[in-house]
Design a protein around this ligand. Structure first.
Ligand SMILES: [Zn+2]
Length: 167
């Protein structure tokens, strides 16, 4: 049995439509990308290439897997894998999906996730953010930690976005 995404009715896996509300039952697929001996940029570029080439995939959800390791100055997130969940359509869909990495370090100014995303959005105004991974981190003395000023601020965010395909 599967659950109708629209009305929540339990229906048979083999049914093409929901008997209750008529919604077409799409099959969702999962693809797992694991980063092995590759830097983050190359890893993300490979996934973006795969997304670009597989233009019939839609309603994509993205989950980022990452480790957090204590560096000398900053606490950095390291992307270890990406899980994509999607539906397959008969022809190319209108949206293009992609992943971007926001990587910022600052020694004085406060930094938070919303600000970084806001800045990113200013430079990518035609996109819509679908999901975000990673985070921000602060290292410094107790005063700067309490005030959020000074010390080392670092942020590394993984952004899964979509935009309309240009004709
Ligand atoms: Zn239904």
């Amino acid at each position: 049995m599967v659950t109708c995404t629209k009305c929540g009715m339990q229906i048979d896996k083999s049914d093409k439509f929901c008997k209750n509300c008529g919604t077409t039952m799409a099959t969702r697929y999962v693809k797992h990308f694991a980063r092995v001996r590759m830097n983050e940029e190359d890893f993300v570029n490979n996934i973006n290439k795969w997304l670009w080439e597989n233009d019939r995939l839609g309603n994509i959800k993205c989950k980022f897997d990452y480790d957090s390791s204590l560096g000398f100055f900053v606490n950095k997130f390291k992307l270890t894998g990406v899980v994509l969940e999607f539906e397959v359509f008969d022809s190319a869909i209108v949206n293009v999906y992609g992943i971007d990495i926001i990587d910022e370090t600052s020694f004085f100014s406060h930094m938070d996730k919303d600000e970084l995303l806001y800045e990113w959005k200013q430079n990518n105004s035609d996109t819509e953010i679908v999901s975000v991974g990673g985070g921000t981190h602060h290292r410094g003395d107790s005063f700067s930690a309490a005030s959020g000023i000074g010390g080392t601020q670092s942020g590394k965010l993984y952004v899964f976005y979509k935009y309309r395909r240009k004709k």
